[in-house]
Design a protein around this ligand. Structure first.
Ligand code: NDP
Ligand code: 2IT
Length: 446
């Protein structure tokens, strides 16, 4: 006989054919929520889970621009406005050749739970384009951002939907997007976060996702009477999230052994330092180079076409992309003595990999909890924009630290399982759900 979860998933798959990333994200959440809803039937009567797995709306549009040779190029742009029960839609924009509806639907769905966990009034959304920024000139990137915003601007606003960055959308792209938004709308509002400090941006927004993922790991270790000091860590990615996670780990006394990009990973047995991380930030942000150059510069090992999960370490932080850590790799990490995983990326572990971590009983912080620091400081950027004031670095670090501690507390409250252990997946799913579900219930059938 089919279980409730199987029945729910077969309906979802029928309604959303071929969207495998979306199916995966929903299955992880539904596995925890279906039993929770059974115990709290009011959510069932109101069909909250059914409604929460259907985005409020999906906007898809053509983006036409001209390359440096004058050729006309066409890309597809999207905004998935998933749920605004507890605040304006909020979530990043991703520019990557792999972007499609399924990927943005999974990201927007996850964002709704993540934003709820921060305790700030933000709904969930995600957007982006299949535009590949890698082989494009600065001028091409600017023209693309302007063309993209020329269509997106009518769907967003400070009380409607507030985009930000994600893969392929960093400070440069956010600036071009915001500049075009301001120009067309003729309004200076906080409609995008991750802005430059000169035009309404917030201190520590760039650092927040990586730092937050490390703070949560620290809280999980501390709850077991342990700490980060002296622990070794493997990290994937070398972008915004990965470099700032590395920076905070080093700051708190851990040893960072690896970083990667889509071509391969570097293994620095001597351990990375703040100077080396600064070098990588310059390599990636300004020079737009490849991680291999790190190995040449600092005499580290380079493993072409491979991921770092085979390197022995106490901690693992996947900070690149979805499904970058599979079941076999999870088993290797556990067999090599890994005791803690914190997901800087969104949905980096496959469902089977998650089950390996859960069955091994190691500390595992799922992405919707672990990487919530980024959107949390985006929320604080919105607050500062509304007040027309800016907080200091210390004030923001303190607020971020408290928000991550609050997420740890909520996970512990809702994720306690037999034997006193905390299942952070269950905790994050249930805690994130309750606030959104109660708001939806209060509105009636809409
Ligand atoms: P960046 O664009 O700054 O960096 C992305 C990194 O991941 C690069 O090293 C990139 O390598 C690597 N990467 C991207 N796609 C792939 C792929 N298909 N296979 C292997 N490696 C890949 O992005 P961010 O650091 O901002 O984002 C990283 C992750 O963190 C994403 O999952 C994002 O959704 C998530 N996240 C980001 C937040 C933020 O505030 N920026 C907030 C919360 C989550 P290469 O250059 O070779 O492509
Ligand atoms: O996945 C994410 O949480 C982000 N890319 C950040 C979203 C935001 O609005 O800052």
């Amino acid at each position: 006989m089919a279980t409730d979860l199987q029945r729910f998933m077969s309906g979802l798959k029928r309604r959303n054919p071929g969207e495998k990333e979306f199916h995966q994200a929903v299955e992880e959440v539904a596995a925890d929520l279906i039993p929770f809803i059974k115990a709290h039937p009011k959510y069932d009567e109101l069909q909250i889970l059914e409604r929460l797995t259907e985005p409020d709306r999906i906007i898809s549009f053509r983006v036409c621009w001209q390359d440096d040779q004058g050729n006309v190029r066409t890309n597809r742009g999207f905004r998935v406005q998933h749920n605004n029960a507890i605040g304006p839609y909020k979530g990043g924009l991703r520019f990557h050749k792999s972007v499609n509806r399924s990927i943005l639907k999974f990201l927007a769905f996850e964002q709704t739970f993540k934003n709820s966990l921060t305790g700030l009034p933000m709904g969930g959304a995600k957007g982006g384009s299949d535009f590949n920024p890698k082989d494009k000139s600065e001028h091409e990137i600017m023209r693309f951002c302007q063309a993209f915003m020329t269509e997106l601007y009518r769907h967003i606003g400070p009380y409607t939907d507030v985009p930000a960055g994600d893969i392929g959308v960093g400070a440069r792209e956010v600036s071009y997007l915001f500049g075009q938004y301001k120009r067309i709308s003729n309004q200076f509002t906080g409609t995008i976060t991750g802005k430059g400090l000169a035009f309404g941006g917030s201190l520590i927004r760039a650092e927040a996702t990586g730092y937050g993922a490390v703070y949560l790991l620290d809280d999980m270790l501390q709850a077991q009477g342990q700490g980060l000091e002296g622990k070794s860590a493997v990290i994937s990615g070398s972008g915004n999230v990965a470099t700032h996670a590395a920076e905070k780990l080093i700051d708190l006394g851990a040893r960072v052994l690896t970083l990667s990009d889509s071509s391969g990973f570097v293994y620095d047995k001597a351990g990375m330092t703040q100077e080396k991380i600064d070098w990588i930030k310059d390599l990636k942000e300004r020079r737009r180079g490849r991680i291999k150059e790190y190995a040449d510069e600092f005499g580290a090992e380079y493993h072409e076409g491979a991921r770092p999960w085979g390197v022995t370490a106490d901690l693992a932080l996947p900070c690149a992309t979805q499904n970058e850590l599979n079941e076999g790799e999870a088993k290797t990490l556990v067999a090599n003595g890994c005791i803690g995983v914190s997901e800087g990326a969104n949905m980096p572990s496959t469902l089977d990999a998650i089950h390996v971590f859960q069955n091994a009983g190691i500390l595992y912080a799922p992405s919707k909890a672990a990487n919530a620091g980024g959107v949390a400081v985006s929320g604080l950027e919105m607050t500062q924009n509304s007040m027309r004031l800016s907080w200091s670095k210390d004030e923001l670090l303190e607020r971020l630290r408290k928000i991550m501690a609050g997420i740890h507390e909520q996970c512990a409250l809702h994720g306690r399982v037999e034997g006193g252990r905390v299942d952070y997946v269950k905790g994050a799913n249930v805690a994130g759900f309750i606030k959104v579900a109660d708001a939806m219930a209060a509105y009636g059938v809409i």
